[in-house]
Design a protein around this ligand. Structure first.
Ligand SMILES: [Zn+2]
Length: 219
């Protein structure tokens, strides 16, 4: 089996996504870019608890399955379109996390009520609605994300996050769910104060070296 470690990593993160409450059943999906023409993506319709590394599909840039006996996630076109549009994306995480999806169902962006929204950008933008699994949804997501955001809400659907690694893409999905929950709660008992763009740009700059033991070596 090719890329065993990477496929095991996809399974591990799928289970984390489930246990963290970022999705339910076999909802959501995860992929990683292994090379220009090689991607690993979670299969469609398989419970994460039962998923094994051999179930993770290997696909080429055109979406053909090159290894694995399962059908890839129905959102494969969205994942591949994102890798084409964003050369910095090495992993993509798509969730139906309930608080972020609540904003997506209101067709609102997630505002900067907390600095952790900086994982996505100055806020979390919203992509227009299109049926799941379609090229139209992929186009809408990419248009809303542009080059400046690392996450986007999909109207009446969920959240899409990318990262320079799977760890990073997953952390973005997890932190944005926290920010969405805080925004929801704050609005329930009052009027939240939003951070302005200048402050968010400072936060985003600091995030570039956050967690590094040798921040001066970072670009
Ligand atoms: Zn979905």
């Amino acid at each position: 089996m090719q890329y065993r470690n990477e496929r095991e990593t996809v399974v591990r993160y799928c289970r984390m996504m489930l246990s963290a409450g970022l999705t339910t059943g076999s909802g959501g999906n995860i992929s990683i870019r292994l090379a220009d023409d090689a991607f690993a993506i979670s299969p469609t319709g398989i419970d994460y608890a039962a998923m094994e590394a051999t179930d993770v599909c290997m696909v080429d840039a055109a979406g053909n399955v090159v290894e694995g006996g399962r059908l890839p996630s129905s959102e494969l076109p969205m994942h591949l379109a994102l890798y084409r549009a964003r050369s910095d994306a090495r992993a993509v995480v798509h969730t139906h996390s309930p608080y972020a999806t609540t904003f997506a169902c209101l067709r609102e962006t997630i505002p900067p009520v907390h600095y952790l929204v900086g994982f996505a950008g100055t806020h979390v933008p919203l992509a227009d609605y299109a049926t799941y699994g379609t090229d139209a949804l992929a186009e809408n997501a990419i248009r809303a994300m542009g080059q400046d955001f690392n996450a986007v809400l999909l109207a009446n659907h969920g959240l899409l996050a990318l990262g320079a690694s799977l760890e990073h893409a997953y952390a973005t999905a997890e932190e944005i769910e926290l920010v969405a929950r805080i925004a929801f709660q704050a609005r329930a008992i009052g009027t939240p104060v939003h951070l302005d763009d200048d402050e968010m740009l400072r936060v985003i700059e600091k995030f570039k070296t956050y967690g590094s033991q040798n921040p001066q070596e970072e670009e």
